[in-house]
Design a protein around this ligand. Sequence first.
Ligand code: GLN
Length: 491
Amino acid sequence: MSDLRALAALTARRIRELEGRGTHAFVDWEGKGPGARGQGPGARGQGPGDQGSGARTEGLDTGVQEGTLEGEESRGLAGEVVAVKDNICDLMFRTTCCSRILEGYRSPFEATAVRRLRDAGALVAGKTNCDEFGMGSSTEFSCHGPTLNPFDAARVPGGSSGGSAAAVASGAVSMALGSETGGSVRQPAAFCGVVGIKPTYGRVSRYGLVAFGSSLDQIGTFGRDVASAARLLSVISGRDPLDATCLDRDPLHTPGPAPASLAGTVIGIPREYFGEGLHPGVAAAMERAKTRLRELGAELRDVSLPHTKYAVPTYYIVAPAEASSNLARYDGVRYGRRVGEGAADVRALYGATRGSGFGPEVRRRILLGTYVLSAGFYDAYYGKAQRARERIRADFTAVFASGVHALFTPTTPTSAFRLGENLGDPLAMYLSDIYVCTANLAGVPALSLPIGRDQGLPVGGQLIGPLEGEAEIVRIAQALERVVGGTEEVR
Ligand code: GLN
């Protein structure tokens, strides 16, 4: 038995244990059991996906059997086990975006990011739970049911990449891919006590990432520490001819050792991120982390990003507008589920398929997006949101041009909330993105790292960098991580 085969068996055992505890971080994994590899009822793949699943699995299994870890030290991820969010296309596992409309769907191609991590020697453990099409902040909007927070089963893991965050936090895998449209890697990273990085827009190819809000979407990475999340990011980054919005850049370097000092580094503390609604436990953790940054020799500077207050309303116009357009493709003809076969006309088929295939949050976004893009309201809402987005972007440009190397903020206003707490109140749910969605609107890189515990629950701190400033925020985060006491109580 090869090393990779043994690693796959060990991973399957770990995932089974995790799932046995009811965490529900995974929706499809190696060894899920008979039928897991088969096409679900009503699934219609395209191209290679149409061939018998048995034949395909056999080929892939052989690939696993022949893999070996020996002599692969030079491959960046040899021996690493990586989980992949269910909205990133993969040939081995189903890609459902945790939506009934893609039930049982198998992608005929693999995302560039997934191909790169396999090429680097990683074992892909399976697909993780998420809010339907990435829309949500708690993983409660998954058609497969919610993921539970590994620290407290009565609480959410955050979202939308909650399954990936919980998979890393529980130790079932060492790293994971998630996706961000408005904070969906950093927010669950904060709630689950792991590190999450959202790169600069265009740093990682979006080829094979199922589109939600295309001008905001990026694949991001999770790790147990800053170095591992950054290492995974370096492997998946870099130019890709298959994505026209991917930056024409070499892959990021793997991170070096943590620096012992931050002398000469200027860290901006934006006052708009410390206002009303910031929970005392999070505020206390931030104060302690700021002290540590000063002790490391960094200069902390009070700065202002005056248009921050427009971020949540702007995001919740831009993202639904793009989503309503991107999700038009799920019509019962091209992908996945079809309901209303034999309907009188094509409209009835679309209506029956979309009406039964999409969950409540996705329907809310499609309605909102269609409304703000409609002829009479376009200027009042979408046009205005685009102008506000420009102001938010300009705030970041100005602050980084003033000599600030990075910004330090809380990742979220609170630690993990309870299951069901915000389900009936979309606005309360949207407000948990208040500190994270700005980076997506501006396209800048940002990461969340654990900075302490409040009554046993993890608290995250966020570093935001200038465009293409990933190396800088990783360097600062590595220094802070060593001294911050990320697993210690703050009050
Ligand atoms: N929570 C945000 C939303 O619901 C962000 C989602 C994301 O980043 N994918 O849209």
